[in-house]
Design a binder for this molecule. Structure first.
Ligand code: UDP
Length: 235
């Protein structure tokens, strides 16, 4: 395996499957199956999950809600998704721990870095819920932060497109995909990989990001094996 410890970022929307909102149990089971393929190879897996399928702070604030209040709702949404994912992973017999950045002790462990690393060493998948625990951040920022904290080798951003393109492939037929691109080029070309806070945190800490299509069976294993699918962002 090319990577020993990875941080997988899954957006909340990824969990919707074909639905308009909420969680699709079939999609969750598929993800659990994909994740099992790499844990069986001894890869240590940490996951940050988004909440956009349930609630997004910016959307709440645009409807007149206080932004901090709305972000708290968003953070709790990520804990709900984390619980659903934990349940799917356990159904697939993958030992899993959920750690939350906001204290919710009856439901999830608090985020404790050393404990998280211990779980990983013991072969447990660690799901980080609650984002960073702060309003005005995204789960992409949480993903980069946690990846750096636990010394992950790479961030794998599982999306529904198969990489980073010169322009939006859903709008432009002549858009072409990058196999590799530097952090500087992403910024120079104004491409959208993660929000700026998350992206620069990754760049400053020299943490590579791979964007790939998580919905294609076998792709996660391929990426972790070092096969060149998706787009790798590196120095
Ligand atoms: N959120 C937050 N702080 C964080 C992470 C998330 O306040 O550190 C809130 C924010 O309102 C965000 C929502 O949780 O809109 C869901 O996260 P995100 O939008 O990143 O989810 P995704 O797009 O990955 O589904």
């Amino acid at each position: 395996m090319e990577y020993k410890r990875i941080l997988l970022k899954l957006s909340g929307e990824a969990l919707m499957g074909d639905r308009q909102y909420g969680i699709d149990p079939k999609r969750l089971a598929e993800y659990a199956h994909e994740i099992k393929q790499i844990t069986e190879k001894g890869v240590q897996v940490a996951i940050v999950i988004g909440g956009g399928n349930i609630f997004r702070g910016v959307a709440g604030a645009s409807k007149g809600m206080d932004r901090v209040q709305a972000d708290h709702m968003g953070m709790l949404a990520t804990v709900i998704n984390g619980l659903a994912l934990q349940s799917a992973l356990e159904d697939a017999e993958i030992p899993t721990r959920l750690q939350s950045a906001v204290k919710i002790n009856e439901v999830a462990e608090p985020f404790i870095r050393r404990r998280a690393m211990r779980h990983l060493e013991k072969g447990r998948v660690v799901i980080f819920g609650g984002g960073t625990g702060n309003p005005y951040f995204t789960t992409d920022s949480a993903a980069v932060l946690r990846a750096i904290e636990i010394n992950a080798d790479v961030i794998l951003k599982g999306t529904r497109v198969d990489g980073i393109y010169t322009s939006d492939p859903e709008k432009n037929a002549d858009a072409t995909k990058f196999d590799f691109i530097s952090f500087d080029d992403v910024l120079r070309k104004g491409l959208k990989v993660m929000d700026t806070t998350a992206f620069t945190l990754s760049q400053e800490n020299e943490l590579p990001i791979i964007v790939f299509d998580m919905n294609k069976a076998g792709n996660l294993l391929k990426v972790v094996s070092g096969e060149s699918i998706g787009t790798q962002v590196n120095l």
